[in-house]
Design a protein. Structure first.
Length: 144
């Protein structure tokens, strides 16, 4: 019997600012943004996954990302139910390169007011990040 559920996915996400703007990315052909990063591989720490993903996607060499919070939510994509856990890390960068090394991704720096208006997924994480950028308090949020 075929299930319409996918596995639980764990992702490491970078929350970085440059001159008051926040780094986000977008899959070409999709109508939403998300915070850069990606899947944590089996046996890999979330920090190491984030370091690997930012190197692969943007050519960035980062050190010591700082855990700031997480989110958990369910969503349906292509008829499959997904359960996603996002671990968010503050990544301080003096200079941010937005030139993607992957053909399917584009990166953007947008100000916080624009971030609040854009379709950034997961929405629960976007809301928590916007609050974090104001109060600098760690968070755990969910939509389950």
């Amino acid at each position: 019997m075929k299930s319409n559920y996918r596995k639980i996915e764990v992702l490491a996400r970078a929350i970085t600012q440059n001159k008051g703007k926040v780094l986000v990315c977008k899959n070409i052909g999709r109508g939403y943004y998300f915070f850069p990063g990606g899947h944590v591989d089996f046996g890999e720490s979330a920090k190491d996954a984030l370091i690997r993903e930012l190197k692969e996607e943007l050519g960035l060499s980062i050190k010591n990302p700082v855990f700031i919070g997480g989110s958990e939510h369910l969503f349906t994509e292509e008829g499959k139910k997904n359960h996603e856990i996002n671990l968010a890390f503050r990544v301080p960068l003096k200079k941010v390169n937005t030139t993607s090394r992957e053909n399917h991704l584009r990166f953007f720096l947008i100000d916080k007011k624009q971030l609040a208006k854009e379709n950034v997924l997961p929405k629960v994480l976007k809301k928590a990040v916007l609050k974090y950028l104001k109060d600098k308090k760690p968070f755990w949020v969910g939509q389950i």
